[in-house]
Design a protein around this ligand. Sequence first.
Ligand code: URA
Length: 263
Amino acid sequence: MEANAINKLTLTSMTADEKLKLARFLDTTSDFLSTGYKQGDRDYHFEDSDPVASHDAQATADLKPAGLQAEDSLEAISLQVKNCAACSLGEGRKNAVPGEGVPQPLVMIIGEGPGADEDAGGRPFVGKAGQLLDKMLGSIGLFRESNCFIANVVKCRPPGNRDPEPDEVAACSPFLRRQIKLLKPRYILCVGRVAARCLLNADGSLASFRGKLHELIIEDTAFPLLVTYHPSALLRDEELKRPAWEDLKTLRAKLEDEGGLTP
Ligand code: URA
């Protein structure tokens, strides 16, 4: 069906000469297949296509691939991330880390950027901090395998685990925004100051972002967003575990209130 439509479009935009060549080519091919090769021209009379009609046909044909691209998908984003050269982080990566989890998750967790373990394996939060993150999420019934999606603000590892530069965040943020738009998470949980600053487009300390319900607006959709400590911070400072647990309980209560999780 698709191929026929394209063939019709192609024919309506051909000149008489092109049509003649195509007809002769098809004749020769069909002769060759049925009786063996036999040369000889048949008589054809073609006219050039109407330039307006053929222009319209071409315009429609041009729209086809654009229409297909307009249907975004997580797979398309992953592929583009893996081939991305929009900033210098791409030059040093072993693997890009697009993110992983389920579509339409209850919670999308957003960190800062891949570290060495994530760069080596192409998966987010798989090192020590990631293992702690999995435990923290598991304690409130959240799992990347069943009801979460985990991603980062930048998809390639900043060298030496430095904070991503503003131009790197700017180059990568269309990927993250497209992911959020497609995933439609019930809640976004931002882990760490860097991710919170990027997503909320605000300066501030982690303490100033915690304990409040924020909103991330993408096109016409508002995504509720909470902020908590980055698991690496908890590994450095045990005392942060208690307030982080408070943040997780807040998230859990919201999910219970809204029917995402049963009490
Ligand atoms: N830290 C992050 O912010 N993201 C990861 O994927 C791993 C560590």
